[in-house]
Design a binder for this molecule. Structure first.
Ligand SMILES: Cc1cc2nc3c(=O)[nH]c(=O)nc-3n(C[C@H](O)[C@H](O)[C@H](O)COP(=O)(O)OP(=O)(O)OC[C@H]3O[C@@H](n4cnc5c(N)ncnc54)[C@H](O)[C@@H]3O)c2cc1C
Length: 385
């Protein structure tokens, strides 16, 4: 596939692509079969400094722009790898950067930037409350200098491969707050030392290292509250635009990988004595998916530019995530169809990537919730929930 007219951060892309070539299809296939964590891949990305891209230089990070970080993740996906194993290491620490005290930043950011500490687990979703975050049931109660957390999280990805975890818990009962989103607080848990934490893997349709986490009388020192007590919902919300933009970039990368594969196969596969790509029934869906990918790419770049300028970008970040997840899924479907039976063969990697990219219609925010956000906050329609 021809590159998009301009692909900024050419040098970063080339370096990431070179690293990714060390981790070809067979590497991912074997991990997928075993549902194993891509340790070597994550170690290589960490060593190269990519996962500390967004940490300010003052704390040992690369201090890159969100667009540069997006280029890293896009390229990983475009090369057929899967950044979901560690993408959160790039953005979860944003809560610390934006809301942490100087002491908290000094205590954690340099080690995260150097890859000595992993902060890539994020416990927000719960089994009973789902998308309705304000209804979560995990509580934290003050006891002397500590907070004591009790509750359950679900879909806490990478918890088994993280040293630290951010947890959102209710610190003031919902009946006693003016707004349902008040009274929640964010805690930084040191998973290496706390007791009362049980992590159970959940096997999913793709290799995602996701888990459920049970918290039974987990004690956290009061110095590990990130941001103001009771303002945790805002702490989490403030990181969502970055997360949406980075995930959108990954989806654009996935779409490019599928389009590369579909285009190449359509040219080389000969049926009825001609390449299948000569048939408009085969080429038009590929062309349409390409157009959708480009639109998503442009929206992702616009969202990143606004984010970098410090301008409001909630609508653009959400639209980027929506369009890119759709574009990746459309390209995935087209790629399977173009390959006929081979689209289902493990050795082609397409079915694996197909399963992996499906996630982004649901997580980290589902398509419906983005549409509800646009309807309400951009178009001024009445709130639906
Ligand atoms: C593999 C994986 C990894 C994940 N990783 C993490 C993680 O690391 N940390 C974390 O905290 N969470 C994580 N999640 C959770 C993810 O963010 C949620 O699954 C997602 O936000 C949807 O929430 P839910 O599953 O509870 O669905 P629900 O909230 O139960 O919704 C179910 C369906 O109903 C729709 N729906 C609900 N309410 C409305 C409404 N008002 N209007 C229209 N449609 C509606 C939703 O769009 C969805 O399609 C992960 C999920 C998966 C599957």
């Amino acid at each position: 596939m021809a590159p998009s007219t301009t692909e900024p951060y050419e040098e970063i892309r080339a370096a990431v692509a070179k690293l990714c070539r060390e981790f070809p299809g067979p590497y991912w296939r074997e991990l997928d079969r075993e549902r194993a964590y891509p340790e070597a891949f994550v170690a290589a990305l960490t060593k190269a400094g990519y996962l500390g891209a967004l940490i300010p230089e003052a704390y040992g990070g690369a201090g890159l722009t969100i667009a540069a970080a997006a280029a890293v993740l896009e390229e990983i996906q475009r090369q057929g790898c899967n950044g979901a194993a560690c993408h959160a290491q790039m953005y979860i620490m944003g809560a610390l950067v934006r809301h942490g005290t100087e002491a908290q930043k000094q205590a954690f950011l340099p080690d995260i930037a150097a890859g000595r500490l992993r902060l890539q687990a994020f416990g927000v979703t719960e089994p009973t409350s789902g998308t309705d975050t304000a209804s979560l049931r995990t509580t934290a109660v003050r006891d002397g200098d500590d907070w004591v957390i009790n509750g359950q999280k679900i879909w806490t990805s990478r918890a088994e491969h993280s040293d630290l975890m951010l947890v959102l818990a209710r610190t003031t009962p919902i009946e006693r707050v003016a707004k349902r989103t008040d009274g929640l607080s964010v805690f930084l848990l040191d998973m290496r030392t706390v007791s009362g934490l049980t992590v159970r893997p959940i096997r999913t349709m793709m290799n995602h290292a996701t888990t459920e986490v049970f918290l039974a009388d987990v004690r956290v020192p009061s110095g590990n509250v990130i941001g103001a007590e009771g303002q945790g919902f805002r702490v989490i919300l403030s990181g969502m635009n970055a997360e949406r933009i980075l995930i959108a970039a990954e989806c654009v990368g996935d779409a490019k990988w599928f389009l590369d594969r579909a285009g190449a196969y359509a040219k080389e596969r000969v049926v009825f004595s001609r390449p299948i790509g000569r048939n408009q029934g085969v080429q038009f869906p590929i062309a349409k998916a390409y157009a959708a990918m480009r639109a998503a790419e442009l929206m992702t770049r616009e969202a990143a530019a606004l984010y970098e300028a410090g301008a409001p970008c909630g609508a653009e970040a959400n639209m980027a995530k929506l369009l890119a997840a759709d574009a990746a899924w459309e390209a995935a479907n087209v790629c399977v169809q173009t390959h006929g039976g081979f689209g289902f063969a493990e050795d082609f990697d397409i079915e694996r990537k197909f399963r992996e990219t499906r996630l982004y219609q649901v997580a980290p925010v589902s398509t419906n919730l983005i549409l509800a956000y646009l309807a309400e906050h951009v178009l001024g329609l009445p709130r639906s929930y």
